[in-house]
Design a protein. Structure first.
Length: 227
């Protein structure tokens, strides 16, 4: 059975174009043009991925994303007609997995969808509990997708956990932003690496009290090691 992609955009011609290319790629596509309706349907129908426009009637895309993220880790690609970095950063801070700026190439949209879903499907399913990754007072259980600091569970979003796991599996190794995009997101952001910085900032805040630290290696990237 094909995976379902939920399109949310107030411009019907954009929905029609994206739908055509996604269906050619063997995805099932559903859609709406209204933010309030989108929120209800995303939570009820549980699609594999959501393509979400920012400028919507009813609820805007930022608010839809924020409310969805409070209840679901469904991957979200945001669409914006604006080019300002602040729009992209706000979307990523609210939990979006990626963004495309209009006008976009529908083939690129399909490529992004494939990459995100491939990354999501490659995560190990919960199974027998393996030995945790332990660095100082940080413990990570990959199978359970659980991170603990001083035995305190840390509430991490999907990409935040994946980013932390990638760093913790290679303590002391410096990852460039581009490498982290490939490892965690599964594709290249075409030179846009600020999403890594946003997620690193979130991790540092949420992991307060961790004996290890996510260090910035200026001009290169990030590494995780004991402070």
């Amino acid at each position: 059975m094909s995976e379902t992609i939920f399109l949310v955009d107030d411009e019907q011609h954009i929905i029609d174009l994206a739908k055509m290319y996604l269906e050619q790629a063997n995805y099932t596509v559903t859609s709406t043009t209204d933010g309030q309706i989108a929120l209800a349907r995303i939570l009820a129908e549980k699609p594999a991925l959501v393509v979400l426009d920012l400028m919507l009637p009813g609820l805007d895309g930022w608010e839809v994303c924020r409310r969805v993220r409070a209840q679901s880790d469904v991957p979200i690609i945001m669409l914006t007609a604006r080019t300002e970095d602040v729009d992209r950063i706000v979307g990523l801070e609210l939990g979006a997995d990626d963004y495309l700026t209009k006008p976009f190439n529908p083939r690129e949209l399909v490529a992004r969808v494939r990459a995100i879903l491939r990354r999501a499907s490659s995560r190990p399913a919960a199974a027998d509990e393996g030995a945790p990754i332990v660095i100082g007072n940080l413990s990570i259980y990959p199978e359970r997708r659980l991170a603990l600091v001083e035995n305190r569970p840390v509430d991490l979003r999907m990409k935040e956990f994946d980013l932390l796991l990638a760093l913790a599996q290679n303590p002391g190794v410096v990852f460039s932003r581009e490498k982290l995009l490939d490892v965690v997101w599964g594709f290249d952001f075409a030179g846009e690496t600020r999403t890594v910085d946003v997620h690193i900032a979130h991790l540092r805040h949420k992991l307060a009290g961790m004996q290890a630290g996510i260090e910035t290696v200026w001009g290169v990237g990030y590494k995780l090691e004991m402070a």
